[in-house]
Design a protein around this ligand. Structure first.
Ligand code: PMP
Length: 409
């Protein structure tokens, strides 16, 4: 049997649909964010990264790097086991306390990644609730969708951010049925925000539990970086808050924060928590340093918002099709997978600007885009250079600018 034929056929399907992914080999330079080296097929090039999820540059912050180096030097590299088997080390316990405090919850629980937090967190919670009905936002991230699927219980999808539709489903489910509402606070491809207060109102009225993914908001919103829920004053009304250490906190790992018994139950039953090695101590110390820094420093948050606003304003003034976004995400509409990939390639090769194309299935077909994420360290001259480069690329690819661009979107 020629097994290769199956894999080649699968890859060819992606090529045919123009959505075969190519990863650029990048080397970030500590202290020079957002500048990096691109190890291209033709040799090394200096590039500027415009699509990093290290939103605040904390992955290179001296306090964070220092904590990682200090801990690795003092205690070594790996955790040495699963949480149950010698892997519960002190920096991890400290980090869980820090996260519980960040979200005003009794406890928190760490996972290998934000992906695993959602996948194993949602499925475990729903399995522990008899006859649970999951109500899931239509644009939830794949990790939540997988968690919902693995829960094996009934699920219904409510239209994105549509509280009227959510209410219809809650009413139809009846007051006695246990219900879990799962949504994100900030949707990373469009940059829009969930009406969390309205969702909490509904959850309280109809007796549902709430699970909110704050992956793209923790560290960046709220006076202490507790996320959109903190900003909107509803943190205490949400049952389970989920976040990542890999974006604004610049490290790796995911977590949930909730009441003690919820965390204890997930800790005791979630396979994705139980059967895997704990996060390394150095990562935990670095994340703790980032969280502590962002609990008191507003500079990164304010400058981040300022840079995002300026980027949107400059690109919009240049006639580029900036999609509406309420947050730090700056999506630029392309609407064609091949042109999206070409635009990304031209930006990198001709202008030293790295922005990964966003194609199906990450976004719906026909809404392909470049997803730009400015950081506190993208200065005015970098923003101007980005606008110039985009205009040249748009012209070269025959993509619309000005009024035509808005009509195309
Ligand atoms: N939730 C959302 C909404 C995400 O966008 C992502 C990843 N980008 C995750 C969860 C997974 O987080 P992590 O990268 O920490 O696995």
């Amino acid at each position: 049997m020629d097994y290769s034929q199956f894999f080649n056929a699968a890859l060819n399907r992606l090529h045919d649909e123009r959505r075969y992914r190519v990863f650029a080999d990048l080397e970030r330079i500590a202290g020079r964010f957002p500048h990096a080296i691109w190890h291209s097929p033709k040799g090394q090039r200096n590039v500027v990264i415009w699509c990093s999820n290290d939103y605040l540059g904390m992955g290179q912050h001296p306090k964070v790097v220092g904590a990682m180096v200090e801990t690795a030097t003092r205690v070594g590299t790996g955790a040495g086991g699963t949480r149950n088997i010698a892997g519960t080390h002190h920096p991890l316990v400290q980090l869980e306390a820090e996260l519980a405090d960040l979200h005003g919850k009794e406890a928190s629980l760490l996972f290998t990644s934000g992906y695993v937090s959602n996948q194993t967190g949602i499925s475990t919670l729903a399995k522990l609730i008899p006859n649970c009905l999951i109500l899931s936002d239509a644009l939830n991230h794949n990790s939540m969708i997988e968690g919902v699927r693995q829960a094996g219980c009934e699920r219904q999808i409510f239209r994105h951010n549509d509280v009227a539709h959510l209410e219809e489903l809650l009413i139809a489910a009846g007051p006695d049925r246990p219900k879990l509402i799962a949504c994100e606070s900030l949707y990373s491809m469009d940059g829009d925000v969930a009406p969390l207060a309205d969702i909490c109102d509904l959850a309280e009225k109809y007796g549902a539990m709430t699970y909110v993914d704050e992956v793209h908001a923790v560290g960046m919103y709220g006076p202490r970086g507790g996320g959109i829920a903190e900003r909107d004053g509803v943190m205490h009304r949400i049952d389970v808050l989920e976040g990542t250490l890999a974006k604004a906190f610049g490290c790796l790992g995911g977590y949930i924060a909730a009441k003690a018994e919820i965390i204890d139950a997930v800790r005791s039953y979630a396979p994705g928590f139980i059967f895997t090695t704990a996060l390394p101590p150095a990562i935990c110390s670095a994340a703790t340093a980032a969280i502590r820094h962002l609990k008191t420093s507003n500079w990164e948050r304010e400058r981040h918002q300022d840079r995002a606003a300026r980027t949107k304003a400059i690109l919009t003034a240049a006639g580029l099709p900036v999609m509406s976004s309420d947050t730090h995400i700056v999506p630029l509409f392309v609407g064609d997978p091949e042109k999206c990939k070409r635009a990304s390639d031209l930006l990198l090769e001709d202008h030293g600007i790295y922005i990964q194309p966003i194609n199906y299935p990450t976004v719906a077909k026909g809404t392909e885009r470049l997803r730009i994420t400015p950081s506190p360290y993208h200065d005015d001259s970098l923003i101007d250079a980005l606008a110039d480069a985009l205009l040249q690329v748009w012209e070269r690819l025959g993509l619309p600018v000005g009024k035509k661009a808005l009509a195309a979107e």
